[in-house]
Design a protein around this ligand. Sequence first.
Ligand SMILES: CC(=O)N[C@H]1[C@@H](OP(=O)(O)OP(=O)(O)OC[C@H]2O[C@@H](n3ccc(=O)[nH]c3=O)[C@H](O)[C@@H]2O)O[C@H](CO)[C@H](O)[C@@H]1O
Ligand SMILES: [Mn+2]
Length: 341
Amino acid sequence: MSDSPQVTHNLQLLLLTKTFFIYLDINNNVVYKEQGHCLKTTKEHQENSKLHSPQGLSYHQPSLVGPDGKVVSLTPWLAPVVWEGTFDPTLIDSIYKQQNITIATTVFALGKYTQFLKDFLESAEQNYFVGFRVHYYVFTDQPEQVPAVKLGAEHNLTVLKVASSNRWQEITLSRMEKLQKLIETRLVNDADYLFSLDVDTKFYGRWGVETLGRLVGVIHPGYYQTSREQYPYERRPESQAFISYGEGDYYYGGAVIGGLVKDVYEVAKTCREKLDIDASKSIEAAWQEESHLNKYFLYNKPSKVLSPEYLWQDFKPHTNEVKIIRFSQVIKNYAAVRPNP
Ligand SMILES: CC(=O)N[C@H]1[C@@H](OP(=O)(O)OP(=O)(O)OC[C@H]2O[C@@H](n3ccc(=O)[nH]c3=O)[C@H](O)[C@@H]2O)O[C@H](CO)[C@H](O)[C@@H]1O
Ligand SMILES: [Mn+2]
């Protein structure tokens, strides 16, 4: 005689309850993996779910500084905005220390931009994921110009030679294609997280595991209190990067793209495809790949947003909201460093 449906139902409930309690009581990774496969599926589902939003939706522009002058630390889709005071470095480091992660970091230094590498790397070694495994990938047309910088334990650097270009716009937008290829050939196996960073920059403060997330963007320091109509989005409908005046959350800087390797891959691949479509129509978006990145982030929301502490500009005076400057664009003489105007 088979069990009555009621008995089966109770048994299932009992099993589920048991699994759940084991997880809550012991809270140990091994036990969790062995016993909690049904819970693990749920957790993975939540972490991996993309935050797509439809085009043309009407809603208020989110603000980053409230009317009381206090900073806002959640987006309207409930992603954290990382500011000083929103995380405890000791606690968050100790959590991520148990995860045995590698953070790949790409940086491009072509033409005269090789001069920025020394300060970038030296200051990164003082501040960037100190104590965690980092692998820098330096793309350059002059490998001999890459300075020998002493790297900390578990920090490595690989130089990758690329062709020179005589248009800076070409260099900055070609980063997407190079990033896509690097992920396909190496990073899928070699890294967990990836950051793509501008080289004309310096670290002045901690940049650590608080910045890790599935998909991470940074608020551009020039526009965090600007009305979205004034954002320098691409406004020509002919471009794939087009965003209409009534839309927009934040203006993200192209100097920082981060996240899980596979999520950054989606960004790079999508932006590259759109850059190619634009190129075939002889259109170049207002701010090259930064414009395409802003479009991507508008409809594929970042799961974590970095405040302008993580992208400042040395020439910009300090403001009340930004308590710490962690990473900043150095002052550069555009005419002297770029290959073309
Ligand atoms: C702060 C910020 O968000 N900056 C973005 C902004 O202006 P930026 O003025 O910051 O652009 P940029 O001149 O720094 O170029 C971006 C990056 O391309 C590389 N490079 C550029 C020129 C060159 O001759 N050699 C070379 O290696 C280098 O890694 C540099 O950091 O808009 C650019 C697109 O137009 C990029 O999206 C930048 O990330
Ligand atoms: Mn730059």
